[in-house]
Ligand binder design. Structure first.
Ligand code: NAI
Length: 326
């Protein structure tokens, strides 16, 4: 299901008191878009860091997070996902107005129950599939961009209309419209790409490098052919324009034959089983979210260790030797 500009009515919602918690990539872009859509009662809640002066310079009244939410009817939670649980607990939860609406731009914290949500709170997702600068530039240029919208909690019975109106106000219901989704779907697909798809692709590159190096080919020739030439980014660019396989038509006949035959002869069974495990056992069960929250609370030392481990990969060593690390 899609939602369009014509489904929105900004006349009443424009006068609501809106708080932006966070003025980073999304916070800055969405606050400016909302203001240009006629919302004139916006406050930014931000900690005392380098983002605060930016909000002030852009002309927003800027206060502490708890002060901002204490007067807001609509709260955009736009700080990094990994900080939301703690900030919610310490600076937001106890300061909310009853009957406020919480707006998230990513499903993660809501899908995995990281926020203690009062019964009376409406909760919606308006999640642009676009970096903050794109959200702002396209709004100004009157161009569309993709966005997911969902209703997660609806004690008022009006949460869907609120979500559509806010999506419209940030410019996300133009063109093909905003797509109805859910926090679990948005976060599940995102985490799956991060924890299954890309690790598989990363592993392909690590193994390919070692096999080619083992055959005596030079580091620089392998790396240039594999990705320094930017060929993979061109392939994905074309895949998004014309289709995943159809982009092969831009390659030579030899390449088309090799890729189609090689794909047909590849046994994906083990990979599929691994993907199923990651999706169901780790992600949808909530195990990953719990594990990562604990790791963050302990100082994220495992992430540091993973960065150290990757330094030892032959592909990383080859890049360092070629002076590519800068
Ligand atoms: P960001 O990294 O740009 O956020 C910076 C803001 O968060 C600043 O205002 C900073 O003061 C605040 N902040 C950071 N750590 C904090 C802490 N410990 N306590 C209090 N405030 C803190 O975040 P970004 O990228 O704008 O993401 C915000 C939300 O939007 C997230 O839920 C993210 O998943 C979602 N999103 C992000 C997209 C992107 O392109 N970056 C795209 C679509 C959704």
């Amino acid at each position: 299901k899609f939602f369009y500009d014509s489904d929105a009515d900004l006349s009443a919602i424009r006068n609501k008191k809106v708080a932006f918690v966070g003025y980073g990539n999304q916070g800055c872009a969405q606050a400016l878009n909302l203001r240009d859509s006629g919302f004139d009662n916006i406050v930014v809640g931000n900690i005392d860091d380098e983002y605060k002066p930016r909000a002030i310079a852009d002309g927003f009244r800027t206060v502490s997070i708890s002060e901002a939410v204490s007067e807001a009817e609509v709260i955009f939670l736009l700080i990094p996902d990994e900080d939301q649980q703690q900030v919610w607990k310490d600076q937001i939860r106890d300061h909310l107005l009853p009957n406020a609406t919480l707006v998230v731009a990513s499903g993660y914290a809501v899908a995995f129950d990281l926020l203690e949500l009062p019964e009376t709170l409406d909760v919606v997702m308006v999640a642009p599939r676009m970096i903050g600068a794109g959200v702002r530039d396209r709004y100004v240029a009157k161009e569309p961009y993709p966005c997911f919208v969902s209703v997660e909690r609806n004690p008022s019975g009006k949460a869907l209309q609120t979500a559509i109106d806010l999506a419209c106000a940030i410019g996300a219901t133009r063109g093909r419209g905003a797509v109805e989704s859910s926090c679990l779907e948005e976060a599940g697909i995102d985490l799956f790409a991060e924890q299954a798809l890309w690790p598989a692709i990363n592993t392909c590159f690590l193994q390919a490098f070692q096999v080619l190096k083992g055959a005596g080919f030079s580091d620089e020739a392998i790396l240039f052919d594999m990705y320094l030439s930017k060929e993979p980014s061109e392939v994905f660019e074309r895949a998004s324009n014309v289709g995943f396989f159809k982009q092969l038509k831009f390659h030579s006949k030899t390449s088309q034959f090799g890729q189609l035959r090689g794909t047909k002869n590849s046994d994906g069974t083990a990979l599929k089983a691994q993907f199923e495990k990651v999706l169901h056992k780790d992600i949808l069960s909530g195990e990953f979210a719990k594990y990562w929250s604990n790791s963050l609370a302990g100082g994220a030392t495992e992430l540091e260790q993973l960065w150290k481990d990757v330094e030892q990969e032959p592909i990383q060593i080859a890049e360092n030797n070629l002076g590519l690390q800068k």
